[in-house]
Design a protein around this ligand. Sequence first.
Ligand SMILES: [Fe+2]
Length: 239
Amino acid sequence: MQNATKIGLNYTGTQMSPKDCERQVRASMEVQPDFTGDERNIAILRSTTIAEADAIGSVPIPGSAKGMVITGLSKLAGQSPEVLTDKLGERLAFERGGTRLYEALIAKVESIPDTSPEMLGRLKHFHDEEASHFKLVAGALEKLGADPTAMTPGADVSGVTAMGVLQVISDPRTNLAQSLNALLTAELADNAGWELLIDLANAGGHASLAESCGQALAEEHVHLETVRGWLKSELMSQL
Ligand SMILES: [Fe+2]
């Protein structure tokens, strides 16, 4: 792994071969596609498939008597408890994924010869906090009588969204700055996710849940600002 971005043999840009570039532009004008149509066809296809598609998943019916009672009471009060359950499921998946991101980054940082013990210690601490947030959300779902082992639609979507971040950090070729940049994407989404969850918990009348989420958000805020600071100082040191 190279820790700094270097100048090397990169032929992807047109400046590397202006003559070939001119020929390619000419060819694209001379050779016409052998079909008719434009971007409107893909728009039609998209709208057709969207109209026909099923939902990406559903929030399960509570499997416990407690869950049924809580859901029934919420429904009687005119609320949709599945919205909060879905977002809790999403946070659960995100925090579990967060521990994987930190595990991958810790392995990368450990492989850097003059690695900072302070950074390594903080990464391990953040990893443990992500794991404790996972447990917090699992406990909250259980309190609501919901099943924390179920993958809710939000959990599914957030897992797909986070795939790129995990791929970047797990890639042995990416350096520290590139990995921190990917982690910053995750931490920005993580902070926004907790803020939204707190608002939903408060609106749903779950003040104690909102309060415990507030503690998690405070820790996530430290993650965000620390990762942002590390990224900046890493790039500044390479300038
Ligand atoms: Fe975090």
